[in-house]
Design a protein around this ligand. Structure first.
Ligand code: J2J
Length: 542
């Protein structure tokens, strides 16, 4: 039986979401095809090299679908997708959605270790890559992974996705054959959560369509919206919050930026009259710095109305600079690939936009804030956020054991985030109770860093912790206790990281060799105290 590794919503809950009209039973690509039928000549996608009308997008997706079929990829197959931020991502996604081929959204930073793991975890058949990204030969990497895993082939997306012009003719028919939809898997997102290597989250056509549509409504997207996709395109934020799917679903235009640097993004914003974009705080800070250094560059941002910022905690002091210095409205977004998206609203008062991470985007989201014994905390007190809802799946893919920890018996997802709720309903993220490092918005599992560190012969004990970093928010700190008579250096650790084929972001930024670790009452490493010992000058936040 295919898809046995996926946890579905209980039948009664799914029935309710359908009856309420939240889940519509269609294909996630339907809205894009409908917009293409209405206005085939409107521009759907720009990147620095190419522009596609809606007609071109559909024609290109059609040709891509034919190439996928020629590569023997069929409905229900899963494929790892590791592509750069270029226009090709968009028709590739549409082709996969229409054909029921399920893309697993890998990051370009992933290397042998992560990709091999994801291939096995998701039982993928192929890996689709941009051949070279920032000097790394991804085709060679993909071929290596094919040799060492169940993957059957590596495919270069430059040949898979040809640019096809529709030349004014009605878009080719992407509806031919059996089109999947409803509760069928649409795509797999990755969680950077706890517990070692990444986990996969299955998002269905129904739930993800609801996600994109709801986010687009909250952000008031329309056919005149122009969205700049800056963050890696396979991440939930630029993909569907509202992102690419939200803006194309409303007939607007997506502009794909190959880089988050202001030198690249500002001219794109000016050229295409971009109205909205989404950034992590680190990048927002870089854009602010750019405007401070070169005040004339602010004119590039004239058309920008909305700047969404999320992925890690935005300091209030930075939040308050965005409106006055960049000349656009700020929206804070506290979201997760597992589902729940919180947003401040466009008409919220200043103190909400600057001082909170917003509230659930849907009235159908359920949230609770619990103490360590699972009881609801007093109003306004910080606690652990749990959630359920029409776009928050009930389990990770192929992770039955882990799911028992990550979800309560009645289906609430334990986010691991510590929040408090203000009387106006908005959430403030106070910290977290999960063993990750949030490095500039990229989540790194401490456990995975430790596992590799333990392979170093000189390491007796290892603990990875988040240390404060002025530009990234957090960086990867590694504390080790050396074996008697042995030394451990950063070079030793990095050599182990390389040998393990780990993503570069996991390499510790800072190494501390200590005599012993502080322990909790039950004898576990006390990471809270350890962090304070390693970074005593900084105030503890998480
Ligand atoms: C503090 N922590 C935050 C915020 C996420 C939109 C925006 C972000 C993500 C995302 C996303 C935070 N303040 N504003 O998918 O669609 C931390 C929390 C959360 C975890 C999820 C989207 N916004 N976080 O960041 O799956 O710890 O999704 O649980 O990558 O990031 O990470 P991720």
């Amino acid at each position: 039986m295919p898809n046995q590794d996926i946890v579905k919503w209980p039948d009664d809950v799914a029935g309710r979401y359908r009856a309420q009209g939240l889940w519509r039973g269609g294909n996630l690509g339907d809205a894009i095809l409908a917009r293409a039928a209405d206005r085939p000549d409107a521009v759907a996608v720009h990147d620095p090299e190419t522009s596609l009308t809606y007609g071109d997008l559909v024609a290109t997706a059609d040709a891509t679908a034919a190439n996928l079929a020629a590569a023997d990829l069929r409905a229900g197959d899963r494929v790892l997708v590791q592509v750069a931020n270029t226009w090709r991502f968009v028709p590739l996604l549409l082709a996969c959605l229409r054909r029921g081929i399920v893309p697993v959204m890998c990051l370009t930073g992933h290397r042998d270790r992560e990709l091999t793991h994801l291939a096995e975890l998701t039982r993928a058949r192929a890996i689709l890559v941009t051949a070279v990204v920032r000097g790394t030969d991804h085709l060679a990497l993909a071929r290596r992974v094919v040799e060492r895993s169940r993957l059957e082939r590596a495919i270069d997306v430059d040949t898979l996705v040809p640019c096809v012009r529709s030349e004014g003719s009605p878009p080719a028919d992407m509806s031919a054959g059996a089109v999947p939809g409803g509760e069928d898997p649409a795509l797999f997102l990755l969680s950077g959560g706890t517990g070692g290597l990444p986990k996969a989250i299955c998002r269905t056509h129904d739930d993800y369509e609801y996600n994109a549509r709801t986010a687009a409504a909250v952000c008031e997207f329309s056919a005149s919206s122009v969205y700049l996709a800056v963050l890696p395109l396979g991440h939930n934020f630029p993909l569907a919050c509202p992102g690419i799917l939200g803006v194309l679903g409303t007939g607007g235009t997506v502009v794909v930026s190959p880089s988050p640097r202001p030198e690249v993004c500002f001219p794109l914003i000016r050229r295409h009259r971009v109205t909205a974009t989404a950034l992590v705080p680190t990048i927002a800070q870089r854009w602010l710095d750019r405007v401070r250094q070169d005040p004339a560059s602010r004119a590039d941002l004239d058309s920008l109305r909305l700047l969404q910022v999320g992925g890690s905690r935005l300091a209030d002091s930075v939040a308050s600079r965005i409106g006055p210095e960049l000349g656009c409205a700020l929206q804070q977004v506290f979201g997760m690939a597992e589902g729940l998206i919180n947003m401040t609203r466009l008409d919220d008062p200043y103190d909400v936009v600057v001082g909170t991470q917003g509230r659930p985007m849907s009235g159908h989201d359920e949230i609770r804030i619990l103490d360590e014994d699972g009881r609801t905390v007093d109003d306004g007190s910080p606690g652990l956020l749990v959630t359920r809802g029409p776009y928050t799946p009930r389990g990770y893919v192929n992770a039955a054991t882990y799911n028992r920890q990550a979800f309560t018996a009645d289906g609430w997802f334990r986010t691991g985030d510590v929040v408090r709720q203000r009387p106006d309903g908005n959430l403030v993220v106070e910290g977290r109770d999960k063993d990750i490092i949030n490095r500039g918005g990229e989540k790194i599992s401490a456990e995975d860093v430790e596992e590799i560190a333990y392979r170093c012969t000189g390491v007796l004990h290892a603990a990875a912790v988040a240390l404060p970093d002025d530009s990234l928010g957090e960086r990867v700190g590694l504390a080790v206790v050396a074996r008697p008579g042995q030394t451990v250096t950063m070079d030793d650790i990095h050599a182990e990281m390389r040998a393990a084929g780990a993503a570069r972001t996991k390499y510790p930024d800072q190494l501390h060799v200590v005599d012993a670790f502080p322990l909790t009452g039950v004898g576990k490493i006390d990471k809270k105290t350890l962090r304070l010992q390693l970074a005593p000058a900084h105030e503890e936040r998480t």
